[in-house]
Design a protein around this ligand. Structure first.
Ligand SMILES: NCc1[nH]cc(CCC(=O)O)c1CC(=O)O
Length: 305
């Protein structure tokens, strides 16, 4: 049987995730190889990306490589995958979620500072708004780059602390101190690795089906439904977390204004046989209970979109 070409971005986190997918495939006796994919500037496509319906900044190069038949599958952090996929791209597998949480990492000088006095480096609207809900007087600064770069930047004094996805930290096996933040709510799909393929590729679809984690798939379906119904194409401070226990799914969703002053939250449980539509139903409730005004204000500020 032919070997599966696994496309991935080139960062240490992306490569770890691609290797995790490779380990799963190898355990089925399937041969595979990792193919780091260059950025879109380097590619020769017959059609421009936008005409192929490709949007996500983190995923578009891999979408293009899939459609160009340079790779057979693409491994992504699901959190970075837009809720609307390009034509002929499908998410065929979701790996079991390990850590959905956000965590705080301080630089060595700020270990003893009261949490409400920390200057925090994060460019995430969600992390800023949810943090402000708890600690309204916090000062923030933007930060970009991979995990190692960000750690260096706070150590160099850019800010006292920064916020990471725990899943990302664990995958990189960095031995650093972190604090869980129980007042934060994760982004939809945080901590979940997904594997995409071409929708018309049955060979790949049937293989990936064997490594799909059913419960995780159901949870992220609800979280992404919630996100999609809330946003309608605009980037907003939205969190969503679903979990399954004893045949029931609990979904917690939250929308906040940019300053964290206005938040609408929902928290409901349903039997898993009724999961289809659950996420959008809860999002609809949030919109009807003050969420619509928050979203309108966000759109006026031109956030995201
Ligand atoms: N947008 C960045 C991003 N996308 C996925 C991860 C980590 C893995 C995950 O949370 O699924 C991160 C880093 C972070 O948020 O700290």
């Amino acid at each position: 049987m032919k070997s599966i070409r696994i496309g991935t971005r080139n960062s240490p986190l992306a490569l770890w995730q691609a290797n995790e997918a490779a380990r799963k495939l190898k355990s089925l006796g399937i041969d595979c190889q990792i193919v780091p994919v260059l950025s879109s500037g380097d590619k020769n496509l017959s059609q421009p990306l936008y005409s192929m319906g490709i949007t996500g900044v983190f995923t578009r190069d891999l979408d293009a490589a899939l459609l160009n038949d340079e790779i057979d599958i693409a491994v992504h952090s699901l959190k970075d995958v837009p809720t609307i996929l390009p034509e002929n791209i499908s998410l065929f597998a979701f790996l079991e979620r390990d850590f959905p949480q956000d965590v705080l990492v301080r630089n060595s000088k700020s270990k003893a500072k009261p949490i409400e006095n920390l200057k925090v480096a994060t460019s995430s609207l969600r992390r800023r708004a949810f943090w402000l809900k708890e600690f309204p007087n916090t000062e923030f600064t933007d930060i970009r780059g991979n995990v190692q770069t960000r750690l260096q930047k706070i150590e160099d004094g850019l800010a006292d602390a920064t916020i990471f996805s725990l899943a990302g930290l664990k995958r990189l096996a960095l031995n650093i101190d972190y604090e869980l933040l129980p007042f934060m709510l994760n982004a939809a799909s945080q901590g979940v690795i997904t594997i995409a393929g071409r929708t018309d590729n049955q060979w790949i679809s049937s293989i990936l089906n064997q490594i799909n984690h059913e419960e995780t798939a159901l949870c992220v379906q609800a979280e992404r439904e919630f996100l999609q119904t809330m946003e309608g194409g605009c980037t907003a401070p939205i969190g969503a977390f679903a979990e399954i226990e004893n045949g029931k799914m609990r979904l917690v969703g939250r929308l906040c204004s940019i300053d964290g002053k206005d938040c609408v939250e929902t928290d409901e449980t349903t039997d898993i046989q009724y999961v289809a539509g659950f996420g959008s139903r809860l999002a609809q409730k949030v919109l009807e209970n003050g969420g619509k005004e928050i979203m309108d204000a966000l759109r006026k500020m031109n956030v995201g979109s």
